[in-house]
Design a protein. Structure first.
Ligand code: ATP
Ligand code: MG
Length: 395
């Protein structure tokens, strides 16, 4: 029974979904399979059973490396490297001894405590008694160990199920959330900055598939800047799955705005165009909402008044998952998911081209609409949408 290594994967909120539970679990198992295939562990077996997911693979593989990939899958609450045994006390005891000998060698532990759980209520021995007996066998089999029920070096969990039992000690945390593909598709406005990759990640964590749009102002922004965004997008794709990125040159729009509208309003006009173009792309690609990395009060274009004026040009819901976070918290998240280092590499963003010296922070809708009359909005939007390039982002 023991030729393969096994990881026990616990589903987070997926387990709470009542009638939809099998659907969510199936989606999660599928996502785990895809993640493993994408990271070179495609030969692992993924199996669902009684609300848990078991991943079995070759003994030669590093289980922590496999677990790390699984931890990136949304919907996973935690993962434990385990050993399995038949649901029989002697077999469980032997497996527990082997497991602990390994742990002594790897970590030099001195004390332990057994915690047992009986999912199979027909099992003839009750949980405290299972713990006591397995503990006794471990003491005999691992002479260097002593029991410490208060602060053990290792907690040995014994999970007794109907046909087999599992023995493990550590839990590696996942991110929780819901499996990708269970909550529609959104179009993220992806810059090269810190915020928008985190925003995409947060929506994807709730099960939303993503597609992206990126604006540049070539030749004011460089090809290197675009390369950087693609690299950033690939990090995002390692969580959100492979996606398409629509790359659009916004320069023709910016030039018109600079030529015809008051300087202080430049940013707000640019943002209105970004939203319009993004919405058009979203409709063409089956995205039902837009996602941005905006955050209340962070910069001049992100005041309450500015949001009202930008949202006025689109009908789709605009998701701003970072809206109420502080910058330090966004940075912490970016570090945790591994986008931060890439985001802070120097680059030019199209928003910094033609940046006004004194941007309007409290734009008035009528005022902005009035100055926009000088532009052929429809023609500009259509031209941008038509000239976009599509890049396939693969993790
Ligand atoms: P970020 O760190 O995500 O760039 P920011 O704090 O720098 O955000 P802005 O530059 O004002 O803020 O941009 C606000 C949001 O607008 C971004 O989070 C992103 O969703 C979108 N955005 C900005 N620039 C671009 C761009 N060049 N391409 C696509 N979307 C963009
Ligand atoms: Mg930015």
């Amino acid at each position: 029974m023991n030729e393969k290594k096994i990881l026990i994967v616990r589903c987070g909120e997926v387990a709470l979904k009542g009638m939809n539970k099998p659907y969510f679990e199936r989606m999660l198992a599928e996502r785990i399979g895809k993640r493993l295939a994408a990271s070179g562990f495609g030969e692992a077996e993924v199996q669902r059973h009684e609300g848990l997911i078991y991943v079995r693979f070759d003994r030669g593989w590093d289980e922590i490396a496999v677990a790390r990939e699984i931890a990136k899958v949304f919907g996973v609450a935690s993962i434990s490297p385990a050993v399995e045994a038949e649901s029989d006390l002697t077999a469980i005891g032997q497996a527990a001894v082997g497991f602990m000998l390994d742990l002594i060698e790897k970590r030099g532990i001195h004390t332990f405590k057994v915690e047992a759980k009986r999912a199979d209520k027909d099992f003839p021995v009750k949980s405290p008694e299972i713990a006591r007996r397995v503990g006794a066998m471990v003491l005999i089999g691992c002479k260097v160990l002593a029991v410490d029920v208060h602060e053990p070096d290792a907690r040995l969990f014994v999970d007794v199920r109907h046909d087999r039992s599992f023995i493990y000690t550590d839990k590696i945390s996942g991110f929780g959330g819901l499996p990708l593909g269970t909550n529609g598709k959104g179009l993220v406005l992806l810059s090269g900055g810190i915020d928008s990759p985190v925003a995409a990640w947060m929506m994807a964590k709730r099960g939303m598939m993503i597609e992206a749009v990126h604006f540049h102002s070539y030749p004011y922004t460089s090809e290197r800047a675009q390369q950087k965004v693609e690299e950033l997008a690939r990090i995002v794709a390692s969580y959100c799955g492979n996606f398409r990125m629509h790359v659009i040159n916004l320069l023709p729009v910016q030039e018109q705005i600079v030529m015809h509208c008051p300087e202080a309003e430049t940013t707000i006009h640019v943002r209105r165009f970004m939203m319009r173009i993004a919405e058009r792309v979203a409709r063409e690609t089956g995205c039902m909402m837009l996602i941005t990395g905006e955050n209340l009060g962070q910069v001049a274009s992100q005041t309450a008044e500015a949001f009202v004026v930008t949202d006025h040009v689109v009908e789709m819901p605009v998701m701003r998952p970072l809206i109420a976070l502080d910058k330090v918290d966004i940075i912490e998240k970016a570090q945790e998911i591994g986008t931060f280092e890439k985001s802070i590499e120097p680059y030019e963003d199209c928003c910094t081209v033609f940046l006004p010296k004194h941007p309007t922070t409290k734009p008035k809708l009528e005022r902005i609409e009035k100055s926009e009359e000088a532009l052929d909005v429809e023609a500009l939007v259509s031209a941008c949408v038509a000239s976009r390039e599509i890049v396939e982002i693969k993790a």
